[in-house]
Design a protein around this ligand. Structure first.
Ligand SMILES: Nc1ncnc2c1ncn2[C@@H]1O[C@H](COP(=O)(O)OP(=O)(O)OP(=O)(O)O)[C@@H](O)[C@H]1O
Length: 352
C-alpha cells in the first residue's frame, strides 16, 4: 500500500540533479498527496533549476519509482528551491555542476498538442502553430512525439535527416522551425512498439542530446488518445501548457475532454482548445457548410473551463514548388491567418 511516508522515502532517495544531493537532504519534497481510490499520487518537488532537461530526467525517475511502488498515475509539479537553501548547497558545487545551471532549455515554454483520437488534425495544428510562431519572429522547436504517426517531417516537407556533431543531435530546420521526429530514428519509418523504458529514453534524448540552441517555444505533437502510451508520455515530458484539438462534432468533443482531463491529472496546464475542420466555405458563394457538425469546440472549452483559441475550417494549403511543405498554409492564406491569430494569442497568454 502506498502512503505518504513511502512516497517521501522513495522520492527522497533521488538526487537534485544540480546540487547532487538527495531530495530528502535538500528538503526537496514540499508536498505529497494521495488519492487512495484512484491510486493517484501527486508530489511537489523543489530543485535548483526548473524547466530543464535535468528536471525531465528526474520526473521520469519519480514516475518510475512510484509506479513500481503501486501508484497508478503520478502527477508532479516542480518549483525552485528558496534562495537560502540554494546558497547553502551551491557554495559546494563544482564548476561542471554550475555549468548544468546554464542548461539551454531553461525558460523554454513547452506547448503540447493532444487529441482524444487520431485523425482530427493534431499534427497539422502542431506544424502550423509552430510555423506561425516562427513567422512572428519567435525561436521555435517541434518534437514529433506521435509515436504512431511520425507525420511531421512529411507535412513540413523535411527530406533530410538530422546530423550528429560532437555527440549532439542537430535538429533539421524547416520554415524557421527546428524539428525532431521519432521517425528520424527508425528504419523505413516503420511503426515501432515502444515500451516504457525505451520510450522514456528516446524522449529524454530529445531534450538532453538535441542541440536546440536558444528557444522561446518547444512544441510537442503527442500521440492521440488517452491510452497507456499517451499517459506515459504525459508523465515523461516536462510540465507544459497543453492545447487539445477536436473536430466540431459533440461526440468528438466528449472524447477530447478525456484528453484534457489526462493533461490536468498529470499536472500540465491547459492553454485552450482548437476546433479543426469546423466548416467548409464555398469559394463561389461564401456559404458555410458544417460538414462535421457544430458546437464541439465551444462545448469542450466550457467543459475544460478553458478558452476556445480558434476554429479552423476545411481547406487545402496552396504551396509552391520552391517551398514545398504540403501541410503548411501560407501566411496570406485565410487559414494561415487564423493560425497567426492563434499564435499571437499564445504569445499573449504565455508572456514570451
Ligand atoms: N483543416 C483541414 N482541412 C483539410 N484537411 C485537413 C485539415 N486538418 C487536417 N487535415 C487533413 O486531415 C488528415 C489528418 O490530419 P493529421 O494527420 O494532422 O491528424 P492527427 O490528428 O495528427 O492524426 P494522427 O494523430 O492519427 O496522426 C491529414 O491528411 C490532414 O492533411
Amino acid at each position: 500500500m502506498i502512503n505518504e511516508q513511502k512516497v517521501r522515502e522513495l522520492v527522497g532517495q533521488l538526487k537534485d540533479p544540480f546540487l547532487h544531493k538527495m531530495l530528502a537532504e535538500t528538503g526537496g519534497i514540499t508536498q505529497v498527496s494521495i488519492k487512495e481510490e484512484k491510486k493517484h499520487v501527486s508530489v511537489k518537488v523543489a530543485i535548483a533549476k526548473v524547466n530543464t532537461a535535468e528536471q525531465m530526467a528526474l520526473q521520469t525517475q519519480v514516475v518510475e519509482i512510484l509506479k513500481q511502488a503501486g501508484a497508478e498515475s503520478v502527477g508532479i509539479r516542480f518549483e525552485e528551491l528558496s534562495k537560502e537553501t540554494l546558497e547553502q548547497f551551491r557554495g559546494k558545487a563544482t564548476e561542471s555542476e554550475a555549468q548544468d545551471l546554464l542548461s539551454p532549455l531553461n525558460d523554454v515554454e513547452f506547448i503540447s498538442i493532444a487529441s482524444g483520437k487520431g485523425g482530427v488534425g493534431k499534427s497539422t495544428v502542431s506544424v502550423n502553430l509552430a510555423v506561425a510562431l516562427a513567422r512572428l519572429g519567435k525561436k521555435v522547436g517541434l518534437i514529433d512525439a506521435d509515436i504512431y504517426g511520425f507525420s511531421v517531417p512529411d507535412m513540413m516537407g523535411v527530406t533530410e535527416l538530422p546530423i550528429i556533431r560532437n555527440d549532439r543531435i542537430i535538429p533539421v530546420e524547416r520554415l524557421g522551425v527546428k524539428v525532431i521526429s521519432m521517425g528520424f530514428f527508425v528504419e523505413d519509418n516503420a511503426p515501432v512498439v515502444w515500451r516504457g523504458p525505451m520510450l522514456g529514453k528516446a524522449l529524454d534524448q530529445f531534450f538532453r542530446d538535441v542541440e536546440w540552441g536558444d528557444l522561446d517555444f518547444l512544441f510537442l505533437d503527442l500521440p492521440p488518445g488517452t491510452g497507456d502510451v499517451a499517459l506515459d508520455i504525459h508523465q515523461m515530458i516536462p510540465t507544459s501548457k497543453e492545447i487539445v484539438v477536436t473536430t466540431p462534432h459533440p461526440t468528438a468533443a466528449f472524447v477530447a475532454a478525456r484528453a484534457g482531463a489526462m493533461a490536468l491529472q498529470t499536472d500540465h496546464a491547459l492553454l485552450g482548445v482548437i476546433e479543426n475542420m469546423s466548416w467548409f466555405e464555398s469559394k463561389a458563394t461564401g456559404e458555410r457548410e458544417f460538414v462535421f457538425g457544430q458546437g464541439g469546440g465551444v462545448k469542450l472549452a466550457e467543459e475544460l473551463r478553458t478558452e476556445l483559441l480558434g476554429q479552423i475550417p476545411l481547406g487545402q494549403p496552396d504551396w509552391n514548388e520552391e517551398d514545398f511543405a504540403p501541410s503548411v498554409y501560407a501566411v496570406d492564406h485565410p487559414i494561415g491567418q487564423i493560425y497567426m491569430d492563434i499564435a499571437k494569442n499564445i504569445v499573449k497568454k504565455t508572456v514570451k
